[in-house]
Write a protein that binds this ligand. Structure first.
Ligand code: GDP
Ligand code: MG
Length: 355
């Protein structure tokens, strides 16, 4: 498989309105109202769009890792992202001032690349996972050496382990006189992380997000970790990806930053994401430069949406605008049905209280 081993079953059954019918029946009995049940709508053909089946071996090519930074509050996640962006990002022509678009690529002198997600904290990680839109290949766990392993360090560790995402530790704030690197390593071991220095397999790099100390080593550790994962993807065929950020820009309208996971996105492609769809009018890279195509693991700002998709939505290319509209209509109908069922359940619960 290409690393994105999530794809939906094409013929998943659609739940019907049984709950609503039950509720009506019970209410009728309770209040002695006569009536006959209306025939429940037949299950219709699922008109959703789905992820493609895993690609054939010969189509797979190497792709860069996608990385999420996690860790306890104030341990330096934002500072680390800012420093990585400033020091490593291929500078834009306009003096290197890059906006935060939800993700950016860094490149080592060796030419190796990694894509960092800029979405805040582990809430985003959990949300994406819950939606089946797992984009993270490697977690960088930031632990401040003057504070050590704290509650959210442990939570992050748990989330990463549950998702089977390997961890690279960034022991941060080593510039501080109070930094206790040895103590921090010990705490990490106690938390269940076997670091390389202790005979384990987890790489730990001592960094200072503030001064930029050892940041290339950190990226290198990430790339080394990624090599072990043998991350590959099929750059051909219908595009699949994930929305990592979206907003309405006063100048450009609805903009969604997507990380492409499969296929190569180009202008004119028709995309669905959640209950939004659009036709790619223009694309920009993480430095704000217009680009013509976006291969797997590249962050790309996409313009041309009819509706604004949400972060965490899976992006799928479909054959054309009619098909896109059909998929969105279908999804809206499914959501509406779900809402009705939820309402029915709520009513039933209310009724139970009175029976
Ligand atoms: P976050 O909550 O994990 O995003 O943490 P921040 O990046 O906001 O950092 C919290 C505080 O720690 C800020 O005042 C940073 O300037 C400081 N900080 C972050 N990294 C370092 C570092 O490597 N060295 C020092 N001395 N301070 C740091
Ligand atoms: Mg922060």
């Amino acid at each position: 498989v290409d690393g994105s081993d999530h794809y939906d079953e094409p013929n998943a059954p659609i739940t019907n309105l049984r709950v609503a019918q039950e509720t009506v029946k019970r209410a009728g009995l309770r209040f002695k109202i006569e009536g006959s049940p209306v025939k429940v709508e037949q299950e219709t053909k699922n008109k959703d769009a789905f992820r493609r089946s895993p690609a054939e071996e010969e189509k797979l090519v190497r792709r860069p890792p996608v990385v999420t930074i996690m860790g306890h509050v104030d341990h330096g996640k934002t500072t680390l992202l800012d420093s990585l962006r400033d020091t490593c990002v291929v500078q834009s022509e306009h003096g290197g001032i890059t906006q935060h678009i939800g993700a950016f690529s860094v490149q080592l002198e060796s030419g190796e690349q990694a894509t960092f997600l800029d979405t805040p904290g582990h809430a985003a990680f959990g949300a994406m996972r819950a939606r089946g839109a797992m984009v993270t290949d490697v977690v960088v766990l930031v632990v401040a050496a003057d504070d050590g392993v704290m509650a959210q360090t442990q939570e992050s560790l748990k989330l990463a382990q549950e998702a089977h995402v390997p961890i690279v530790v960034a022991i941060n704030k080593v510039d501080k006189p109070e930094a206790d690197v040895a103590g921090t390593r010990k705490m990490l071991l106690n938390a269940g992380l076997q670091l390389e220095e202790q005979g384990g397999e987890v790489q730990a790099v001592e960094v200072s997000a503030l001064t930029g100390h050892n940041l290339d080593q950190l990226v290198e550790a990430v790339v080394t970790q990624a090599e072990l994962l043998n991350l590959r993807s099929d750059p051909t065929g219908a595009v699949e990806g994930v929305v990592v950020e979206s907003r309405t820009d006063p100048g450009r309208g609805k903009v969604a930053t997507c990380v492409i996971q499969r296929g190569t996105l180009s202008r004119g492609a028709v995309l669905v994401a959640g209950t939004a769809w659009g036709k790619v009018r223009s694309m920009f890279n993480d430095a704000g430069k217009p680009i013509m195509s976006a291969p797997p693991a590249t962050p790309v700002q996409v313009i041309g949406w009819r509706q604004l998709p949400s972060a965490g939505d899976v992006v799928l290319e479909v054959e054309g605008e009619h098909r896109a509209a059909e998929v969105v209509e279908w999804r809206e109908a499914v959501l509406k049905k779900q809402q009705q069922e939820d309402d029915a359940t709520a009513i039933e619960e209310k009724l139970q209280e009175h029976l």
